[in-house]
Design a protein around this ligand. Structure first.
Ligand SMILES: Nc1ncnc2c1ncn2[C@@H]1O[C@H](COP(=O)(O)OP(=O)(O)O)[C@@H](O)[C@H]1O
Ligand SMILES: [Mg+2]
Length: 271
């Protein structure tokens, strides 16, 4: 088997206790996962289970207490342009044009304009923003802002994109469009994507594999292969009995785990 793009093995992570308390909070107890070259993996789990913490460590923003973090077999010691990150709130500069936002990285690095312009135009076309290059981002809808953020994340041609609930703040219609768009850019580029969501339909529409996390302290509780052919259409998925079966299975686990974290927050032990 070839070396995975990203591999996490036995990751443990705790954070210092809130002021005035002794004990540390263990957020992740033992996380192991892989992301193969060109693969799309969704990480799903109840709120607060540690999904963003996993993503932040894969990005190299933070180090684990113990365990192994690898990109192409090499230790992840810090952030890298080979691992792009997309957040729920697109972090664009409102006063800059779409093009200036998308090319912000290379412009700041002093790369000559002719070296990045064609690439920027390619990504703007892929995300459907051609014709909007010179609009200021405050003039755009939420969906269009997230498209600009996607084009910007793809500008350095990263091997890996880490996405933290990027469509969580969008309305249902826009969200579905963005999921289709993301799938087509992913297929055009071959980037490996680790995508965090708490939406089961979103995970089943996007992923090759879904990893379901347990309540805190987080582990990977279940891994499910998503068998549907691509291109996928939500209309045909919802009438597929296999879709219903997978959705029911995931919902069951997430509800069980969310129940455990509610008990823990109230100082009770799960039965
Ligand atoms: N830097 C930090 N310091 C202290 N606690 C943190 C920090 N980052 C995350 N946490 C805690 O870790 C837990 C998991 O957080 P997070 O990874 O954001 O969960 P999720 O993304 O699944 O909702 C939460 O209880 C959160 O309060
Ligand atoms: Mg989160």
């Amino acid at each position: 088997m070839s070396t995975p793009r990203i591999a996490l093995d036995g990751i443990r992570k705790s954070f210092p206790a809130p002021r005035g308390r002794q004990e540390k909070t263990t957020v992740l107890s033992d996380i192991s996962l892989t992301l193969a070259e060109g693969e799309f993996v969704c990480l799903l789990g109840p709120s607060g289970c540690g999904k963003s913490t996993v993503l932040g460590m894969a990005a190299g923003f933070d180090q684990p207490d113990s365990g192994i973090l690898l990109h192409d077999g090499e230790p992840i010691a810090g952030p890298s342009p080979q691992r792009g990150m997309v957040f729920q709130q697109p972090t664009l500069f409102p006063w800059l044009s779409v093009l200036d936002n998308v090319t912000f990285g290379p412009r700041m690095a002093g790369v000559p304009r002719e070296r990045y312009l064609a690439e920027a135009e390619r990504y703007l076309r892929l995300v459907g923003l051609q014709g909007f290059e010179h609009h200021a981002t405050w003039q755009l809808s939420g969906g269009m802002r997230q498209r600009a953020a996607l084009a910007r994340a793809w500008m350095p041609n990263p091997e890996v994109l880490l996405m933290d609930e990027p469509f969580g703040a969008l309305d249902a219609q826009t969200r579905l469009m963005m999921q289709e768009l993301l799938t087509s850019v992913w297929q055009a580029t071959g980037t490996s994507i680790l995508f965090v969501t708490h939406d089961v339909d979103e995970a089943l529409f996007l992923a090759d594999r879904v990893l379901v996390m347990s309540a805190r302290p987080g582990t990977i509780r279940e891994e499910l292969r998503v068998p549907f052919e691509r291109p996928r259409s939500i209309e045909s998925l919802v009438t597929d009995p296999e879709y219903a079966r997978l959705k029911q299975r995931i919902l069951h686990i997430v509800r069980e785990e969310a129940g455990k974290s509610m008990l823990a927050e109230n100082g009770l032990c799960p039965a």
